[in-house]
Write a protein that binds this ligand. Structure first.
Ligand code: ADP
Ligand code: MG
Length: 477
């Protein structure tokens, strides 16, 4: 290849980079090589079939127009897969010739059946290679109870699950956050089951740990490329417990994957125990990308919802144990007294089931009270951390934690900051100077002022009083 051809190729790559953007460029084009320029056609190569089919399907036109900007006489791009033999026999390549002939015949972009089947095969192997996290067959939409706490999250999840390949993506990513046991995993797995049901789309469910593990393992076995490509070859990526994503390189990889999927119109669904702004270990770019879709919070389960969940659990148990029944008053009692989360509700029904089976007795209120006592008894008062207070307060007032620590004096920040300092004083054993330090290095008199101010206000201002009570409940749960 001549020097001038090489230079031209660099310029074409430069154009490509600026039309598709840095992230897309590195994801898809960084390993594309120029093989030859012959009359009207340019021969390019990539290392895998997957890359080839992806580029043909999504970027063929753009690659061509970038070439035409440099060389107007170019009318065709032939893309081939570099084989391992390439270094040994660089001159002649059968795939290019085949592609060229095919292109001549149809006068269209060479997207063949062979490409399609290889993409499908790569999806299948990718799923195995990635090892999606195990799915619980019980966690479906059918068993998910909808109530005030989760209406929006449920509707959004349903929308994602019902989408078809190629549909415009309405919100991306869909980011669902809620405390422990409030149904995040249930909803995400429901999306996965339903989305995969038609067989048309590939929905992959991964915990953040699995994502990290898969990535690290793939790096070790030197198949990082295969892993990335496989991950990018799915229609919907579902990631659970994102708060556990750690490590610089994993995050960088996560960021790339996210960008590649979103730019390619693929859906991403994420669950975490906090909003994006509170994922402190993530870098700003990832956070803003996460916040750029639809962020939905699921609230604590109301009593109605708890009752609904209990009933759905009983119904599920009865499918296997027809004689099992929980009378209405017992359900009411459980719904009223087990307030923490869905996991405890499930645990309560399991215990009643076990007890009534083992002792061959019907479920009574007495029995229920005995069996679930430890789930009802308020747990040991939790040690509350100042970070938790800041996080919960920031979430409630829709500001960021760094706003609370900053020196900004706008009203929408000042009041939440004072509330947070007040809670830090009343719910922890920290001293005023210590609290001041933890709030961006403030003086202890500032903290004292805040505490007094809020103390005085909660006596008069009902809204504020409710807010403070709700914050306390969230923190003590
Ligand atoms: P999270 O992932 O948010 O910690 P899970 O999805 O694991 O919570 O839910 C904990 C338990 O509560 C599961 O057994 C789940 O089925 C049940 N659960 C939570 N919310 C609901 C709901 N809306 N409908 C039915 N079951 C629910
Ligand atoms: Mg979960």
């Amino acid at each position: 290849m001549t020097n001038s051809e090489q230079e031209r190729w660099s310029r074409v790559k430069g154009r490509l980079r600026s039309t598709v953007g840095e992230d897309v460029y590195t994801s898809w084009f960084a390993r594309m090589d120029l093989e030859a320029v012959q009359d009207e056609s340019v021969h390019l190569s990539v290392p895998t079939r997957f890359l080839k089919s992806w580029i043909q399907a999504h970027y063929a036109e753009r690659v061509l127009s970038c070439w035409q900007a440099e060389m107007p006489e170019v009318h065709r791009i032939d893309l081939s897969v570099r084989t391992a033999m390439r270094c040994a026999t660089p001159a002649k390549e059968a795939p290019v010739a085949v592609e060229a002939r095919r292109a001549e015949r149809s006068d269209a972009k060479p997207v063949s059946n062979e490409v399609r089947t290889s993409a499908a095969a790569s999806l299948a192997t990718s799923h195995d290679a990635l090892g999606g996290s195990p799915l619980d067959p019980r966690l479906t939409f059918a068993s998910f109870v909808v109530g005030r706490a989760n209406t929006l999250a449920h509707a959004a999840a349903r929308q994602v699950a019902d989408g078809r390949r190629g549909d415009p993506v309405m919100f991306n990513p869909l980011y669902i956050h809620a405390g422990v046991g409030l149904g995040k995993t249930h909803l995400l797995q429901a999306v996965t089951w339903a989305g995969n049901a038609g067989g048309e789309r590939k929905v992959l469910y991964l915990t953040a740990e699995k994502f990290m593990y898969g990535f690290v393992a793939a790096l070790k076995s030197q198949t990082a490329l295969a892993f990335k490509e496989a991950l990018r070859g799915i229609d919907v990526l579902v990631i659970d417990d994102l708060q556990f994503l750690q490590g610089k390189s994993t995050q960088a990889e996560f960021c790339h994957t996210l960008n590649a999927l979103i730019d390619a119109g693929r859906q991403v669904v994420i669950a975490a125990d906090r909003p994006p702004s509170d994922l402190e270990s993530l870098d700003d770019r990832v956070r803003s990308r996460l916040a750029g879709g639809l962020v939905v919070e699921m609230a604590t389960l109301g009593e109605d919802l708890r009752l609904g969940i209990l009933k759905s659990r009983v119904a599920a148990a009865r499918a296997h144990h027809a004689s099992f029944d929980v009378p209405e008053p017992v359900l009411d009692y459980l719904a009223r007294s087990i307030t923490h989360n869905g996991r405890d509700l499930e645990g309560a029904i399991n215990r009643l089931l076990a007890h009534s089976k083992l002792n061959n007795q019907p479920v009574t209120l007495d029995m229920a009270e005995r069996e679930v006592r430890d789930l009802v008894r308020p747990q040991e008062p939790k040690r509350i951390k100042i970070e938790d207070i800041q996080r919960v307060v920031a979430r409630q007032y829709n500001v960021s934690r760094s706003d609370l620590l900053s020196s900004r004096r706008t009203a929408n920040v000042v009041r939440p900051r004072q509330v947070a300092m007040y809670l830090a004083k009343t719910l922890t054993l920290r001293s005023l100077p210590e609290i001041g330090r933890r709030f961006g290095g403030r003086d202890h008199t500032t903290v004292l002022h805040a505490v007094r101010k809020i103390e005085a206000l909660v006596g008069k201002d009902i809204t504020l009083n409710d807010e403070v009570e709700s914050l306390k409940r969230q923190l003590q749960d």
